[in-house]
Design a protein around this ligand. Structure first.
Ligand code: C5P
Length: 214
């Protein structure tokens, strides 16, 4: 295998990219970066400082301070932070600032898995494996609903469904690096699949490329 070997996983919110990417990284002994966390960290820095989410210059300053080693998933995974992240993620200055950090990470040996919205299209356009993970908005909302209620929380399915659709519209409709599958991405619709089935499907795609590159 030619190293470093990069696997790009993209897809909309709550499609299961995170869980899938972590399993893939474990399977192959690769480093994993959930790139949503860096947009979330930028948004959180603005929120903590009491700054508006539409100030591009301040958002760029906060993006420059993001430290990959200090990303705390437990803190950053809050719903309001995800919503705020999708607002700062439309800003070209923020995206530009975060590109190099992601590309540097993608070159770690022996390989990496990056998941996000623009990995296959913008950040790692030469990645030998690109997978676009999707599921219907209804299924994604239901998974998020189950996640919250299974953990003992209370949730409103309709509100979650509206959130999912709003986030899709923002991520797919922005001008800079909109969410879309790369032309050479493998499409993986997980609407009717368990996590295990999605993992096995992804593994067959990756193994086929690895055996060609061996
Ligand atoms: O994946 P996650 O929900 O953590 O991402 C939060 C937001 O960050 C997304 O809705 C999207 O707007 C933005 N994002 C992005 N590009 C990435 C990863 C995330 O624009 N590569």
């Amino acid at each position: 295998m030619t190293t470093p070997f990069t696997i790009a996983i993209d897809g909309p919110a709550a499609a299961g990219k995170g869980t899938l990417s972590r399993r893939i990284a474990d399977q192959y002994g690769f480093h994993h970066l959930d790139t949503g966390l860096i947009y979330r960290a930028t948004a959180k820095a603005l929120l903590d400082a009491g700054l508006p989410l539409d100030d591009e210059a301040m958002a760029e300053t906060m993006a420059r301070k993001v430290d990959l080693a200090g990303l705390d998933r437990a803190v950053l995974s809050k719903h309001e932070i995800g919503e705020a992240a999708s607002k700062v993620a439309v800003m070209p200055a923020v995206r530009r600032t975060l590109v190099e950090m992601q590309r540097t990470f993608s070159r770690k040996e022996p390989g990496t898995v990056l998941d996000g919205r623009d990995i296959g299209t913008v950040i790692c356009p030469d990645a030998p494996v690109k997978i676009y993970v999707s599921a219907s908005a209804e299924v994604r909302a239901k998974r998020r609903y189950d996640e919250i209620t299974d953990a003992g929380g209370s949730a409103d399915y309709q509100a979650i469904f509206e959130d999912v659709k709003r986030r899709d519209a923002r991520d797919m409709g922005r001008t800079d690096s909109p969410l879309r599958p790369a032309e050479d991405a493998h499409l993986l619709d997980t609407s009717e699949m368990s996590i295990e089935a999605a993992f096995q499907a992804a593994k067959s795609i990756i193994d086929a490329v690895l055996s060609r590159n061996a």
